[in-house]
Design a protein around this ligand. Structure first.
Ligand code: HEC
Length: 134
C-alpha cells in the first residue's frame, strides 16, 4: 500500500515537472515579437500564427520545448533536399542566433487564435437560420 502511494506520488511529481518543462520559455516574448517580423516568420505563419502554415494555439509538436524547436530550425537545411514538399527556409545559427530564436519561441507560445463565433456575425447567423427554416 505504502509502495503504491509512493509510486503514485512519484508519477504525479513527474507529470508536474514535465508540464512545467513543456511550458517553459526562457526567451523574451516582447523581443521575440519583433524578431518574428524581422526574420519574416509572419510571411508564411501569419501575424498571429495563423497563415499558410498555422503555429498558434501551441498546436505544433516542434514547440514541445526549446531544444526541439532549435533542432528543427537548424536541421532543415539538411532535410529540405530530401523532402521537396517542405518549403520552410533553413535558419542556421549564423543568420538567426539562439537568443533570437528562443525569443521567437517565447513569442509563438503566446499566440492564440480566437476565430469569431457564428453568433457574433449577424449576417452569417441569418443565412444559417434561413437555411434551417426551409
Ligand atoms: C517561406 C515560408 C516560411 C517561413 C518564412 C517560415 N516558415 Fe515555418 N514553416 C513553413 C512551412 C511550409 C512549414 C511546414 C513544414 C514544411 O513544409 O516545411 C513550417 C513549419 C514550421 C513549424 C512547425 C509547425 C508544425 O507543423 O509542427 C514551426 C514551429 C515553424 N515553422 C516556425 C517558423 C519560424 C519561427 C520562422 C521564422 C524564423 C518560420 N517558421 C519561417 C513555412 C515557413
Amino acid at each position: 500500500m505504502t509502495m503504491k502511494k509512493t509510486t503514485l506520488f512519484t508519477a504525479v511529481i513527474a507529470l508536474v515537472v514535465t508540464s512545467v518543462a513543456i511550458a517553459q520559455a526562457t526567451g523574451d516574448a516582447e523581443r521575440g515579437k519583433q524578431a518574428y517580423y524581422d526574420y519574416a516568420c509572419y510571411g508564411c505563419h501569419g501575424y498571429g500564427g495563423i497563415g499558410r502554415h498555422d503555429i498558434a494555439n501551441q498546436s505544433s509538436g516542434v514547440m514541445v520545448n526549446e531544444q526541439v524547436f532549435l533542432l528543427y530550425l537548424r536541421a532543415r537545411g539538411d532535410q529540405n533536399p530530401a523532402f521537396s514538399t517542405q518549403t520552410m527556409p533553413h535558419y542556421p545559427a549564423s543568420s538567426l542566433s539562439d537568443k533570437d530564436a528562443l525569443d521567437i519561441y517565447a513569442y509563438i507560445m503566446t499566440l492564440v487564435d480566437y476565430p469569431p463565433q457564428v453568433e457574433d456575425i449577424p449576417a452569417l447567423q441569418g443565412i444559417l437560420d434561413d437555411a434551417k427554416s426551409e
